[in-house]
Design a protein around this ligand. Sequence first.
Ligand code: NAD
Length: 250
Amino acid sequence: MFDITDKKVVITGGANGIGFEMVQAFLNAGAEVLVIDISPRLPMIHQALTGDLSKLKILKGNLLDFESIPNLFERAIEELDGSIDVLINNAGIIERGNAFDLSSESWQRMLDLNVTTVFELSRLAAHEMKKKGQGKIINLGSILSVLGGFNAVAYATTKGAILQLTKSLSNEWAADGIQVNALAPGYMLTAMNEGLVNDPVRKSQVEARIPVKRWGTAKDVAGVALFLASPASDYVTGTLIPVDGGVLGR
Ligand SMILES: NC(=O)c1ccc[n+]([C@@H]2O[C@H](COP(=O)([O-])OP(=O)(O)OC[C@H]3O[C@@H](n4cnc5c(N)ncnc54)[C@H](O)[C@@H]3O)[C@@H](O)[C@H]2O)c1
């Protein structure tokens, strides 16, 4: 029921943070993993990963460059011998700033990567998945898919859009055997939250809000992604699953 051996999985932004842990978790589970990332760390991830690395492929690409996306995706499918079972739209950015000070470039960049790229990759993947009558698309939302956040107006807007995009695409593709779901990580110990973790006041304010009383880790998210990629979740679609230590339930 949880078997994903030899499933062909594309993970965007897999060179760092949550994406990287997902790469390791999917390799551990016997999947074939292709990572698309722009990070200079990408060529080095082999050294940091364990397991059968013959099942790992990497593709350098800038997912903000919309024109290159169809070609990038085509190359990814070629690398995976012509098919895809799971797409994880993980690459995302946050650029903090209050609504008055946030530049319009910053606003646009977050919308482009966090939403438009997710849409473009999802429909490219769904075309392929439809041929097989099955597939899984997993989007990275956030607790800010639901909450407004603070000094994160563009980011929260993009993650709110991910929730709606997930539901809309699920409605369109569920009958084709494609499940589209989103994960909503909470406060995670990752580079994205360095600012919060390094500020003792904000750090303890955050900890007070987490019912399980600890920050989340990338591994916490990877486990739920495995579930959403496996047959165990075949009847789960169009939903947002919090991985937040209980924050959204408060
Ligand atoms: N860290 C958190 O606390 C948290 C909480 C909720 C949701 N999320 C979401 O989880 C996802 C991963 O977050 P993370 O903390 O691991 O981030 P991260 O910054 O550690 O990793 C993001 C990855 O995306 C890649 N990337 C960025 N821009 C790219 C581009 N233009 N083209 C290709 N690749 C690009 C980066 O190189 C990096 O490897 C994001 O969508 C984020 O919004 C994170």
